[in-house]
Design a protein around this ligand. Structure first.
Ligand code: UGY
Ligand code: MN
Length: 260
């Protein structure tokens, strides 16, 4: 709605529109459309690149199926780049070059900027991982540190007071960290309490279940294995459907920084 200028100095009548500048950026990559990519450094691995700067993301997400002997020989990451890995199924050995950690399903490692991540499948069968990297935004007087954990050992909280929506925070909320990884889980029929609109970006990989996802007011069906990129300010919400598994996804969210 708006007022029409009738050149009398007074405004009369209503027009249809109010200005909106639409730059919303989101992507749904269904599992049946994902492709394999060759990424230097990865051996005996089937790598799929998900979000990347080409999509407008400030990070890169991958899913990788590591075959027998699968590894990253050079070390993943770079100067100024932080990394995160989550084991969706299987066994993974992760080293920071000094110390190594043996992870099982649900296990994860965060390495701060500049520490290369060495990955190795730790079993004969395939190991499925989710991998992430992002240029770290330093904050004077603070820094991030290595984190090793397993989501199965963490106690979730009720998301915004809802008993059927659970949230796990995988990384510390410490201000040295410029992002966090979370898992959000909706029992069938459960939903967000409202459609969120926020400055943070998400890369979300669906670990289980089925649901309907609202991205910029378009509703679309999603299920296990799908990937969603939500750019800054994209309106977003979901509800879980089906009778079996919860709709559960692993997602990243930037935090603790004042936008430049
Ligand atoms: O943390 C979040 O912003 C989360 N609730 N977003 C989402 O699930 N799309
Ligand atoms: Mn959100």
């Amino acid at each position: 709605m708006g007022y029409k200028n009738n050149n009398t100095g007074y405004r009369d009548g209503l027009l249809e529109s109010r200005a909106v500048i639409k730059r919303h950026n989101y992507a749904l990559l269904p599992h049946d459309g994902l492709v394999k990519n060759v990424v230097p450094g990865f051996e005996n691995c089937e790598v799929t690149i998900l979000a990347s700067p080409k999509l407008g993301a400030s990070f890169v997400d991958y899913i990788i199926s590591m075959k027998a002997g699968g590894k990253n020989v050079q070390g993943f990451g770079a100067e100024g780049v932080e990394t995160f890995v989550y084991v969706m199924a299987g066994k993974l050995k992760v080293s920071d070059g000094t110390e190594s950690h043996e992870l099982e399903t649900g296990g994860y490692v965060y390495l701060p900027a500049g520490v290369l991540m060495h990955l190795e499948n730790n079993q004969e069968a395939d190991t499925e991982i989710f991998l992430y990297k992002k240029r770290y935004e330093p904050l004077e007087g603070h820094k991030a540190h290595k984190v090793v954990g397993n989501s199965n050992d963490l106690v979730p909280s009720e998301y915004e007071g809802m008993k059927d929506v659970l949230l796990w925070d995988l990384l510390p909320t410490d201000i040295g960290f410029d992002m966090n990884f979370h898992i959000l889980s909706f029992e069938p029929g459960a939903s967000h309490g409202y459609i969120e609109t926020h400055v943070q970006e998400h890369g979300a990989y669906i670990l289980s279940g089925q649901g309907m996802y609202n991205l910029d007011n378009d509703w679309m069906p999603v299920e296990k294995g799908d990937y969603i990129f939500m750019g800054a300010y994209v309106p977003q919400a979901a509800y879980a459907v089906g009778r079996g598994e919860p709709l559960r996804y692993l997602y990243s969210k930037d935090c603790n920084r004042d936008p430049k």
